[in-house]
Design a protein around this ligand. Structure first.
Ligand SMILES: *Cc1c(COP(=O)(O)O)cnc(C)c1O
Ligand SMILES: *[C@@H]1O[C@H](CO)[C@@H](O)[C@H](O)[C@H]1NC(C)=O
Ligand SMILES: *[C@@H]1O[C@H](CO)[C@@H](O)[C@H](O)[C@H]1NC(C)=O
Ligand SMILES: *[C@@H]1O[C@H](CO)[C@@H](O)[C@H](O)[C@H]1NC(C)=O
Length: 502
């Protein structure tokens, strides 16, 4: 203790085990600081590591996509244990380097494994800024700038969807969450008493969706008490009907996760209007096509949807997570459905217009200002460049599909509608087998081995999966403007090289 006078504090004794490390200096009412930590220099050094080990290596095609280690090996390599005493700056910086080193470089030009990819510098800087500022979007009071930015981005997205009258919306923690919002909102729209009375205020409800739909629909049904057996895949069957279930929403998909297929929204909207069903369009992946004059026909009719889920962190390359849920309604449904009117946050007698306190629309309390990551890049690139990126990615997907068709030993699953190119690689040893069960059973085992080999080599990452009754196939996802035709050719050559002996 130094009797409250910081200038009298003695310089702390060095830790013999770790000379750089100092014990905390206790200033009067328990403020702690470590005299050896210079905050600015620490942050500068970490930024230098990020520049060197992430930003530069990410775009360098000669670097590895991953340095694969098994969980056991990785536990050995990383010093994971949390201890009573803190560690020195140099050790902490080493932890940063190690964390980066053994992480997957999802921004590398040869990462095709997921529905996101590529380095987007504007969006990345925006995330740095929001992480550094640490705002939470519940009230205008603590997030004035980002509240207005979110509003501006949502409005622009609604314009792209074609909601001329506007609507409402919210950025949230992912497309799965957007889909849950949609289920909850659709149900509240039909049975508002559920909010207060619970499930007893409604009959048994069912949702229609396509067989190709994302698994988040089942999760939403489970979480919200609809029940996974009340999610009907179209074509539906009657086998489980006993208590006259009431349909309340239809879930259409614009860009399915595996195949990249688009439901015919216009036709589905006709049915929804006729039977008064809430139409939700899951455009998490395919929404980006709205940016393109050439490809937006894929989502024709989306302006008739009641709600839309759209993830700018996928095809549009905003940093994770950046995910919008949009609602056509203009009657504050989102607010009415989710509000709990916490009086410590949403005081109605504040000195500013409290309609800018958007937090009560959300099921979250704290919420990140994700819209900024999209806004800053949109500002920098303009709608036109976003459009060009989408067009380029889809052209590249078509190029890859053509190459797949040309090459011996490769077989396309279907013509790509979007940026998913799905295909099988057939090693020479299987090429003479006829198309029977024997052939498919053997082919099923090929992709997993090639995947293992590519990861252990670190040369690229491409996903594979079975689908319905289809044997394991590769799914290439093309997003980033940093990938070239040579990268496409490389992927096919590499798959052949890694799998030709199988
Ligand atoms: C990715 C995806 C989701 C889920 O989005 P997350 O942000 O990963 O939760 C939902 N629907 C579709 C069609 C998707 O492709
Ligand atoms: C709708 O279907 C999509 C994909 O088809 C799926 O991702 C989503 O979870 C479903 N959502 C809802 C709310 O039905
Ligand atoms: C579903 O039920 C309807 C009416 O009860 C019946 O007409 C129809 O044939 C049934 N469909 C199937 C697939 O069982
Ligand atoms: C496939 O069949 C052809 C002709 O029938 C034969 O020449 C070739 O060696 C066979 N290849 C393999 C890998 O069995």
């Amino acid at each position: 203790s130094n009797n409250g006078n910081p200038s009298e504090s003695q310089s702390p004794a060095a830790d013999p085990e770790d000379p750089q490390k100092c014990p905390p200096v206790v200033t009067d009412i328990g403020a702690l600081n470590c005299s050896s930590l210079n905050v600015e220099s620490f942050i500068e050094q970490s930024i230098a590591i990020i520049m060197e080990d992430v930003v530069k290596k990410a775009t360098d095609v000669t670097e590895k996509v991953c340095e694969w280690r098994s969980p056991e090996q990785l536990k050995e390599l990383l010093d994971l244990e949390l201890t009573d005493g803190g560690e020195s700056e140099s050790k902490i910086l080493q932890h940063c380097r190690d964390a980066i080193r053994y992480s997957i470089k999802t921004t590398h030009p040869r990462f095709f494994n997921q529905l996101y990819a590529g380095m987007e510098p504007y969006s990345m800087v925006a995330s740095f800024i929001t992480e550094a500022l640490k705002p939470s979007l519940y009230t205008y009071e603590v997030a004035p700038v980002f509240t207005l930015i979110e509003d501006a981005v949502l409005r622009k997205m609604m314009e792209m969807i074609g909601w001329e009258e506007g609507g409402d919306g919210i950025f949230n923690a992912g497309g799965s969450m957007s889909n849950m919002y949609a289920v909850n909102l659709a149900r509240y729209h039909h049975y508002p008493h559920i909010k207060e009375l619970g499930l007893s205020a409604a009959p048994r409800l069912v949702i229609f969706t396509s067989r190709e739909c994302h698994y988040s629909i089942s999760k939403a049904a489970a979480l919200l008490g609809v029940g996974t057996k009340n999610v009907y895949v179209v074509p539906s069957d009657n086998s489980t009907n006993s208590l006259y279930p009431v349909p309340f929403m239809v879930n259409a998909t614009a860009g399915t996760t595996v195949l990249g297929a688009f439901d015919p929204i216009e036709e589905i909207a006709d049915i929804c209007e006729k039977y008064n069903l809430w139409l939700h369009v899951d455009a998490c992946w395919g929404g980006a096509a709205l940016m393109s004059q050439k490809h937006k026909h894929l989502l024709k009719g989306i302006h008739r949807a009641n709600s839309v889920a759209w993830n700018p962190h996928k095809m549009l390359m905003a940093c994770l997570q950046c995910s919008a849920f949009l609602v056509r309604d203009k009657t504050h449904l989102l607010q009415r459905c989710h509000s709990a009117q916490a009086s410590y946050l949403f005081q109605q007698d504040k000195f500013y217009d409290v309609s800018y306190d958007t937090g009560d629309k959300s099921v979250q309390c704290s919420r990140k200002p994700d819209a900024f990551k999209f806004w800053l890049m949109w500002k920098a690139l303009g709608t036109r460049e976003l459009e060009q990126r989408v067009d380029r990615a889809l052209a590249m997907a078509r190029y890859l599909a053509q190459e797949v068709e040309k090459r011996e030993g490769f077989r396309l699953l279907m013509d790509p509608e979007y940026a998913n190119v799905c295909f099988w690689y057939i090693p020479p040893s299987l090429r003479n087998l006829s198309d029977g069960p024997e052939f498919w059973k053997k082919l099923h085992t090929v992709a997993p081995v090639i995947k293992e080999r590519m990861m252990k080599k670190g040369s690229m990452m491409v996903g594979y999966q079975p689908h319905g009754d289809k044997a394991n196939f590769f799914r290439m996802i093309i997003i980033s403007p940093q990938v070239s035709k040579q990268d496409m050719d490389f992927v096919l050559d590499e798959i052949h090289n890694l799998g030709k002996d199988l």
